[in-house]
Every structure is written in C-alpha cells, then in structure tokens.
Ligand binder design. Structure first.
Ligand code: COA
Length: 185
C-alpha cells in the first residue's frame, strides 16, 4: 500500500478510489473540445458508465498508474498518470480539467508528487512525455519541474510533437532551498 501522494496543495488518489462526483468531472473533461485538442484526440462521446469501465480497466494494467488530482479544498481537478512503464522508464500524462485551476501552479505540483513516487518509490530512472508545440502552457509547466526538451517531430496529422524528459538524478539534484528540502522529507 502506497502512502498518500501529496505535494504542497495537491493530493493524488488512485483512480479506483474516486467517487461518483469525481467521475462526473472526468466525463466532462474528456468531452471538452479544447482539452481533446490539447491531447490530440476527438472529444469523447461515451456515456459515463462506459468511460468509467474503460478507464478503470486501463488503470489496472501493470504498465500504468492513474491518479485523480485533488486541490487543497478536496475538489477533484484532473488526472495524472504514468503509462508505458517498462524497465526503468515511463511516460507521463496530465490533464488539469478544471479551467479555474489553469496557470495557478497545480499542474507542476501534481507532477512533482508523481515524480517523487516514480523516482523514490518505484525506482524509475527516466520519465518522458510529449506535448504539442502550440501548448506553450504545458511546456512552461513541464520545464518548471525540470523536464528538458529532447526533440521535435512532425505528427502524421501535421502538428509538431515536443518530446521532453527528466532523469532521476536531475530531479534529485534540482535546485531547492533548504526549506523546500526539509518540507519534502
Ligand atoms: C498543461 C497543464 C498541466 C499545466 O498546468 P498549470 O497548473 O496550468 O501550469 P502552471 O500554473 O505552471 O502555468 C504554466 C505557465 O505557463 C504560462 N503560460 C500560460 N499560457 C501561456 C502561453 N500561451 N504562452 C506562454 N506561457 C504561457 C503561465 O503564465 C505559467 O507560467 P508562470 O507560472 O511563470 O506565470 C494544465 O494547464 C492542463 O492540464 N491543461 C489542460 C490539458 C493539457 O494541456 N494537458 C497537457 C497535455 S500534454
């Protein structure tokens, strides 16, 4: 059993522990055309019961870990996951689905909570991600946590993928004040 994953204002809860209210918000986030565009998918049109069944089944895969993100008031604000976990690396995905919480630092806090788990508990050596070049907010947020850009690739759909990664050592050695370091112990 893993200790609750927290960092500053956010708490990450495994998908299996989410209540119906959180699932209704996930359903809304997956149907949102802007969020779908940012993720390179079409807006999801499934009924809630089917989406829930599929995401729960996906989250039980051994190469995947999916969490709901909660703010300091206990409100559900999005999802974050590690997928394609193979040997010592994984890929990270995040959706802060509540626009009220964009540009307020919740994304980097949730990523930090998950990287701490990835590097300290799971022993991963590298976490990768990809985002679209026009998603400047995402790139800024990922850079704040220490991700660095590795390459850009054209997608078959004509968009540009920015591939980023962070290594365990870079994360452990990231610049921190003594107070930040103490708060994390
Ligand atoms: C991407 C996401 C995880 C970022 O999390 P967040 O909590 O909003 O990120 P932050 O609060 O750190 O804000 C990002 C930074 O980008 C900046 N920013 C926002 N829009 C920007 C733009 N168009 N151009 C340049 N910088 C921008 C913000 O000012 C902020 O920087 P600051 O804190 O120095 O002011 C979150 O917004 C999200 O999930 N969005 C919807 C789905 C999505 O895009 N997922 C990622 C797919 S790969």
């Amino acid at each position: 059993m893993t200790a609750p994953l927290r960092f500053k204002r956010v708490l990450l809860k495994p998908l299996a522990e989410l209540d119906q209210q959180a699932w209704r918000r996930i359903h809304a986030h997956f149907r949102d055309p802007e969020i779908a565009y940012l993720n390179g998918t079409a807006p999801n049109r499934m009924p809630l019961w089917l989406l829930k069944r599929i995401l729960k089944a996906d989250s039980r895969r051994p190469d995947r870990m999916t969490f709901g993100i909660f703010d300091e008031l206990g409100a559900y604000i999005g999802t974050i996951e590690l997928y394609d976990m193979h040997q010592d690396e994984a890929t990270l995905g995040i959706i802060i689905g509540e626009r009220t919480h964009w540009n307020r630092g919740y994304g980097p806090e949730a990523i930090h909570a998950l990287l701490k788990h990835a590097f300290k508990d799971l022993g991963l050596q590298r976490v990768k991600l990809s985002t679209f070049a026009d998603n400047l907010r995402a790139q800024e947020a990922f850079k704040k946590v220490g991700f660095i850009e590795m390459r850009r690739l054209k997608t078959p759909a004509g968009r540009t993928d920015v591939q980023m990664q962070i290594n365990r050592n870079a994360w452990l050695l990231r610049p921190q004040t003594d107070r930040q370091r103490a708060a994390e112990l």
